[in-house]
Design a protein around this ligand. Structure first.
Ligand code: 2HA
Ligand code: ZN
Length: 271
């Protein structure tokens, strides 16, 4: 398999093994580079006769682009056993209103959250000046647990995650967006996720999961992994029932960012 497919498969397998993607939970997509598209075209062969599928969404900013996507109803656990049956490469047409499956996705369409993924790619492509290519949705347990006992506010989640583990602010210095519960796969979920992605690279879906983006599989997966680890430490602290004697101060968070040349989102910090 071409390296980009192997890297995509590895993210799916890691997500399953870390408990982020049970059963058919979660989905992922990747906006391919021209070089990767050429390699896949040569090595896998693209079926250009497959029919154009009209979408409910228009994504002009992605016209002509190629994506790797997980399939609807496919299990992350099975991706490594059968990449061609679980994943696919699709191309968006020149109008940005239809797609065509060029490889894989045997007897399946793209993920049920495909609309959310494509609209998110539009937002992040612009916001990151073309850098962000990965969208990954997962069901991480500690973060989901947090959404039952925490105010569903960007400020609360960002600060709780930043303060529970030193590494966290390094992967999301801009903070985390938080959404109330919305119907999975709905246009409302897509629209509101995109609004948050204008400012954030990680969006919490209350009682459901997390949606992250990044420039590479390592970047996006690492962001999700770090947020969930910090959330699990936060929940362990709360579950201990003990008084918190000390934690990472706002001043310390700023110092971490200063040292790395990162800009912390000061609007989320209490003075
Ligand atoms: O089943 O996780 O949000 C895939 C999902 C939908
Ligand atoms: Zn989900």
């Amino acid at each position: 398999m071409p390296k980009v497919i192997d890297d995509f498969v590895r993210m799916c397998s890691d997500g399953y093994r870390l408990g982020f993607n049970e059963a058919n939970g979660g989905n992922a997509s990747y906006r391919m580079t021209e070089e990767e598209t050429d390699i896949c075209k040569n090595e896998l062969g693209f079926d250009r006769k497959s029919p154009l599928v009209k979408m409910n969404t228009e994504v002009k900013a992605l016209a002509g682009e190629y994506f790797i996507t997980t399939g609807a109803g496919r299990l992350m656990r099975n991706v490594e056993l059968d990449p061609e049956g679980s994943l696919g490469i699709v191309q968006i047409d020149e109008a940005g209103s239809s797609y065509r499956i060029l490889w894989g996705l045997k007897d399946a369409g793209p993920t049920s959250e495909f609309e959310t993924h494509l609209l998110s790619h539009c937002v992040r492509k612009e916001a990151s000046h073309g850098q962000d290519r990965v969208m990954y949705h997962l069901h991480p347990e500690s973060l989901i647990a947090m959404t039952y006992i925490s105010p569903l506010e960007d400020e609360f989640f960002s600060r709780a995650i930043w303060r529970s583990m030193t590494e966290a602010v390094m992967v999301i210095p801009e903070g985390i967006g938080v959404l109330k519960w919305l119907v999975p796969g709905s246009s409302d979920l897509a629209r509101m996720t995109c609004k948050k992605l204008e400012d954030y690279r990680a969006v919490v879906w209350a009682h459901h999961g997390l949606f992250v983006t990044g420039s590479s599989f390592d970047d996006a997966f690492g962001r999700a992994h770090t947020i969930e680890k910090s959330a699990s430490i936060y929940m362990k602290i709360l579950s201990s029932g003990r008084e918190i004697l000390q934690d990472i101060s706002d001043d310390s968070l700023k110092k971490i960012c200063d040292k790395l040349g990162l800009k912390i989102n000061e609007e989320l910090l209490n003075g």
